[in-house]
Design a binder for this molecule. Structure first.
Ligand code: ZN
Length: 393
């Protein structure tokens, strides 16, 4: 399926622009008309992180006339392994500002619009409304569903990508011509089932593999060339080095883009919809969460506790809380962890940020360890508040 160009051509290219984009201009399918369309294009990149970095840099180099970047975060040392738009010299700066500076350095002939804010249900429609096309580089399900819903409600196409360890996926969602993200993934995964990159890691260069596919698709949509990834899901395996595509059909029962939509405006609370923590875990954690300061005091008083780190061995190797025993969360879910727990000590669970330990806590409480607790904020809070000399990740 080919689609007509999304954007009308700009009236002309300047001499500088002709010089700069000459390798595009001599490709017959792009040519002067295609480059003028890119000049007239307005593209928003949601997130200046792993996918946003290569996406913004190549969109800028390609001559997309107006490039928006939205991100609320600041550049952290742990970003630099993959977020190549940021530099050592921009550590601590807002990511949107840091990204814009690199973009201006790559191509001073385009306009960069900085949205140094978090996307939310109150601003998303207004911000998306300013652009022809969205490139989604978000890393969490709540924002992903919100981006999808806003794009469908506004009738805008967006290029989606996702990455985890060695695996990447990409597609183009445009409800006027094909499925939306909800047609492919009607429900968010159960809380705790799909680890984020912060929990599971990601091979840095995978960002470039998937981000470049996203830019490739953006350019095709803007200029109307080739076969866009509408209705197809691209699946990339960096270890096998294989790309395959599978068809994705529009779901006639999709609550958003189907025949009888039940979602006709943005949802009230996407965080709740995607439930960062399961109901059982929320319940278990309700009255059984201690702070890192509580844990420190318990240790200082010499209380007889059994501290369990439910993260993965790789994470334990990076940094651990003194005295913690490693029993990964999976062993709680399959029950094998229970026999390792002493009956005569209070069980204290922790993970990286408090999500996985809450899941494990629900299991432990169900097994009869009534006084078990977990540590809110996990080892990240421990490093920040108790021992900043330890590495974080
Ligand atoms: Zn749909």
């Amino acid at each position: 399926m080919s689609l007509p160009p999304l954007v009308e051509p700009a009236p002309e290219l300047t001499r500088d622009e002709v010089n700069r984009y000459s390798r595009h201009l001599i490709i017959p399918d792009v040519g002067m008309a295609g480059q003028k369309r890119l000049k007239n294009s307005r593209v928003l990149c949601v997130g200046a992180g792993g996918l946003g970095s290569p996406a913004l840099m190549y969109l800028a180099a390609a001559g997309v006339g107006t490039l928006g970047v939205i991100d609320f975060d600041v550049v952290d040392e742990s970003n630099l392994q993959r977020q190549v738009i940021h530099r050592q010299s921009t550590l601590g700066l807002p990511k949107a500002e840091s990204a814009a500076a690199t973009v201006r350095e790559i191509n001073p002939l385009i306009d960069v619009v900085v949205h140094n804010t978090a996307l939310d249900r109150d601003n998303i429609l207004e911000i998306f409304g300013q652009y022809d096309l969205i490139v989604d580089g978000t890393d969490n399900f709540a924002t992903r569903y919100m981006v999808n819903d806003a794009a469908v409600l506004l009738g805008k196409p967006y290029v989606w990508g996702s990455i985890y360890r060695f695996d990447g996926q990409a597609s183009v969602f445009w409800s006027e011509h094909g499925p939306c993200y909800r047609c492919l993934y009607p429900e968010p995964p159960p809380p705790g089932m799909v680890p984020s990159c912060a929990e599971g890691g990601v091979l840095g260069v995978l960002c470039a593999s998937i981000g470049s596919i996203q830019v490739n698709e953006a350019i095709k949509l803007l200029t109307g060339i080739g076969e866009p990834l509408v209705g197809r899901l691209m699946i990339y395996d960096a270890l096998e080095m294989s790309y395959r595509t599978v068809k994705v059909r529009k779901d006639p029962d999709c609550p958003l883009c189907g025949e009888n939509p039940t979602i006709t405006e943005l949802m009230e609370d996407y965080e709740a919809f995607c439930g960062a923590v399961s109901e059982e875990a929320t319940l278990a954690a309700k009255e059984s969460t201690i702070s890192v300061h509580d844990l420190k005091s318990m240790q200082d008083r010499g209380e007889d506790i059994f501290l369990v780190d439910v993260r993965e061995p790789n994470e334990y190797e990076i940094v651990s809380i003194p005295g913690a025993t490693l029993i990964p969360k999976g062993e709680f879910l399959n029950g094998s962890a229970l026999e390792k727990l002493p009956q005569d000590k209070q069980i204290v669970l922790h993970c990286k940020s408090g999500v996985r330990s809450a899941e494990a806590l629900a299991v432990v409480k169900n097994a009869g360890f009534g006084d078990a607790v977990h540590v809110g904020g996990g080892i990240v809070a421990w490093v920040n508040q108790i021992d900043p000399s330890l590495p974080s990740y």
